[in-house]
Design a protein around this ligand. Structure first.
Ligand SMILES: [Zn+2]
Length: 133
């Protein structure tokens, strides 16, 4: 049976319930019809997940120091984080989900894991807490 692709109008042969000539056209059509804010959320989630994966690969058990260039090379996007945690020494860790990092001297990055007390102390004393150990 001859069908017509909903996106590119190309005629194609396929089952009667097939609406697109290819997966590419199907994806493009679906993306076109998503609301802009949904696309933005999807895009940001992708970046955050990638950031998280990079931190996980470089500091799988938390508390490791790596050179900033490694994160750059792996495609880490420093613009996107989920939340922050500021210690009482005024160091602000930036988090991507449960992995956090702090930029330290010499172009290095300290990677840590989110700890439960960070959430508790943050609520009790306005985001000031002792240094993660
Ligand atoms: Zn098509």
């Amino acid at each position: 049976m001859k069908q017509q692709c909903l996106l590119c109008n190309e005629k194609f042969i396929g089952r009667s319930d097939k609406k697109f000539c290819s997966d590419q056209c199907r994806h493009a059509y679906n993306n076109q019809n998503k609301k802009d804010h949904e696309l933005f959320i999807t895009t940001v989630n992708k970046i955050l997940r990638k950031n998280r994966m990079i931190l996980h690969q470089l500091g799988p058990v938390g508390k490791s120091t790596v050179r900033k260039e490694y994160l750059d090379k792996m495609g880490f996007d420093f613009q996107f984080i989920t939340h922050t945690f500021t210690t009482k020494n005024n160091n602000t860790y930036k988090f991507c989900y449960e992995y956090g990092y702090l930029e330290i001297e010499g172009d290095k990055i300290l990677i840590i894991l989110w700890q439960d007390y960070m959430a508790n102390r943050a609520q009790l004393s306005g985001f000031h807490s002792s240094k993660p150990s």
